[in-house]
Design a protein around this ligand. Structure first.
Ligand code: PLP
Length: 385
């Protein structure tokens, strides 16, 4: 057999995989390792998908997405994200992952460096490699509240630096970048002439303040001509399996972004685009209800951790809780595997998100409350043992 692509075979497996493999083989396991909303997709969204199928919308859509969906998304980002984008520069993608791939391919030059957060979502580095570029981690430090600083970026960026990936609200940390800090990071990008890929897949899941208005979009703060903004329906509308996301590019970039859809997927599944249109134009009650439930779960889980004296980073966005296990001798990986074996609770070792995650574990608040609290209780008693 001829050799498989070394770029792909050398790609490391996600550090959550080992835990997931064992978790699925563990009867009665409590799953706190994955970021999958426990809520059903809203009924009117399901109805729109079913109607689209029955009405024969089973053919190709335009590469860039249904025009009415792009129009609605331009309206959504104007209202919710304060981004002034023409519908022509909004391109519908296969989930947030497709939006990231599109954004990174659109700005790729061979060997260019992409600054990615550590701890950060592992797919940033994987997609960077697929785009023929080199991921370079910038460290997020506990003593700066795990928020990136210009110093952290300066330390990481070499002469080949080409792209800065920002992620707010953050997976795995739950941090939300405040506007003044965003402005500093964007000034750095301007000084170094970097593209910015801003992953805002959790834009509607801001837990403080209560109305969810705390998320600030990078392109709304400064440098909109160098920012590609990445969004998804997966988390906001509990539509992970529908695979609909979108990328908003600077003026005039839509055709290039659409060309990438033509080359990779032709178009996003047409019935799913009709479902997405119903999601973004229909009632938004479910979004607020889910956000409130994540907030309640955060508060209940952190109260339990407080009672047991377990330190953690209080998340203000997304639906993850970053728990400190530094006083355990085991590595985060060994700790996660032992917790799974001894107490049947699966969570993600911090090192799955980069070496700076050593001494931490991530658990997901997207799980049902009863299971979540039982899992946290077992984690706390295991750690104390
Ligand atoms: N970006 C971040 C930070 C994520 O955590 C995820 C999913 O976990 C995604 C993007 C991708 O979402 P999607 O399922 O829409 O591809």
């Amino acid at each position: 057999m001829p050799q498989l692509s070394p770029a792909v075979t050398a790609m490391p497996r996600s550090g959550i995989r080992a835990v997931m493999d064992l978790a699925w083989a563990t009867p009665g396991c409590i799953h706190l390792e994955v970021g999958e909303p426990s809520f059903p997709t809203p009924t009117h969204v399901l109805d729109a998908a079913a109607r689209a199928l029955r009405d024969g919308h089973t053919r190709y859509a335009p590469n860039a997405g249904l025009p009415e969906l792009r129009e609605a998304l331009a309206g959504k980002v104007a209202k919710r994200n304060h981004l002034q984008a023409a519908p022509e520069d909004v391109v519908v993608t296969s989930g947030g992952i497709g939006a990231l791939l599109t954004a990174l391919l659109a700005v790729a030059i061979p060997g260019g460096q992409v600054l990615v957060p550590d701890p950060g979502w592992p797919n940033f580095a994987m997609i960077t490699r697929l785009a023929g570029m080199e991921p370079v981690a910038y460290r997020l430090r506990a003593d700066t509240g795990f928020l990136p600083t210009v110093n952290d970026l300066e330390e990481a960026a070499g002469p080949q630096a080409r792209v800065l990936v920002l992620n707010s609200p953050s997976n795995p940390l739950g941090t939300v970048l405040p506007e003044p800090r965003l402005a500093e990071l964007l000034a750095f990008a301007r000084d170094r002439d970097l593209w910015v890929v801003s992953d805002e897949c959790y834009d509607e899941i801001v837990l403080d303040p209560a109305d969810g208005a705390g998320h600030v979009s990078a392109a709304a703060v400064a440098e909109p001509e160098r920012v590609l903004s990445v969004f998804t329906f997966s988390k906001t509308y509990a539509m992970t399996g529908m695979r609909v996301g979108y990328v908003v590019g600077p003026p005039g970039t839509g055709q290039t972004l659409a060309k990438l859809q033509e080359a990779t997927i032709a178009c996003v599944n047409t019935p799913a685009q009709h479902a997405a249109l119903a999601a973004v134009t229909g009632p938004q009650d479910a979004v607020g209800q889910m956000r409130a439930a994540y907030r309640d779960r955060r508060d209940a889980a952190t109260a339990l951790l407080d009672r047991h004296g377990l330190p953690y980073l209080r998340p203000s966005g997304a639906f993850y809780l970053w728990v400190d296990i530094h006083d355990r001798a085991a590595s985060a990986h060994d700790f996660a595997m032992a917790l799974l074996r001894d107490r049947q609770v699966a969570l993600a070792p911090g090192t799955a998100f980069g070496p700076t995650g050593e001494g931490w574990v991530r658990l997901s608040l997207a799980t049902d409350t009863d299971l979540l609290l039982e899992g946290v209780e077992r984690l706390a008693t295991f750690r104390a043992a």
